[in-house]
Design a protein around this ligand. Structure first.
Ligand code: AP5
Length: 207
């Protein structure tokens, strides 16, 4: 069981997807789950969207219950990459009660780079693939290279919201770096460089 830590835009989704493909892990992204629920107009999705659009965290009880159900639905022995969960100490305690976290992999990237990455990100609403207009552009402009859907800009990728997400990260999620370090589970990888270069470091950390 691997927890991906790191600020918004540090590459958790990008590296998590590659890890899933390479090692056959299931990637559970709370952000992707919540956006899908919002698109489907479920009560949870609509509630979550109020928080997400402001760059705030969705309340712990909603997320913890969602993840408990999701984890319970997986077969025994399934290897999981948690992307975007836990994001608070309360969530980390709740996760620790139901699974044994083997590794917390922290992607370290400075704020100025994060803002550029997020404001120029484009996402696929269908398969959740992510692109960047400069660093990782789709082969056909505006179209997902994996499933052909039209790409879109996430509502929370506007600069003002990005800045709030970075603050929320520092206040609520950064303490998890210490949390997992004290448990001897933390490994930090420099998240700057090409996607493939970083993946080489990520693979070394996992093996
Ligand atoms: P979520 O969807 O989890 O967003 P996030 O954590 O802010 O992370 P991102 O998806 O923005 O970034 P990432 O690290 O995955 O980077 P990516 O690989 O896409 O959460 C969204 C919201 O949902 C939260 O704000 C909150 O409201 C709610 N939520 C979710 N989980 C919650 C929880 N547990 N509790 C409470 N609320 C929760 O890369 C970013 C960009 O950079 C892309 O364009 C990519 O192509 C590019 N890129 C990636 N790597 C590189 C590289 N090496 N060089 C150059 N560009 C790169």
């Amino acid at each position: 069981m691997i927890v991906l830590l790191g600020p918004p835009g540090s590459g958790k989704g990008t590296q998590g997807e590659k890890l899933g493909q390479e090692f056959g892990f299931v990637r559970l992204s709370t952000g992707d789950m919540l956006r899908e629920a919002a698109r489907n107009g479920t009560p949870l999705g609509l509630k979550a969207k109020e928080y997400m659009d402001k760059g705030a965290l969705v309340p712990n009880d909603l997320i913890i219950n969602l993840m408990k159900e999701k984890i319970a639905s997986l077969g025994k022995g399934t290897g999981v990459i948690f992307d975007g969960y836990p994001r608070t100490v309360e969530q980390a305690d709740a996760l620790g009660e139901i699974v044994n976290v083997d590794l917390a992999l922290n992607l370290d990237v400075k704020d100025s780079e994060l803002v550029v990455r997020l404001t120029k990100r484009r996402s696929c609403p269908k398969c959740n693939a992510v692109y960047h207009l400069e660093y990782n552009p789709p082969a056909k402009p505006g179209k997902c290279g994996k499933c052909g859907s039209d790409l879109y800009q996430r509502d929370d990728d506007k600069e003002e919201t990005v800045l709030n997400r970075l603050k929320v990260y520092r206040d609520n999620t950064m303490p998890l770096i210490d949390y997992y370090e004290k448990k001897g589970k933390l490994l930090t990888v420099e998240g700057v460089g090409s996607i493939d270069e970083i993946f080489e470091q990520v693979k070394k950390a996992v093996l």
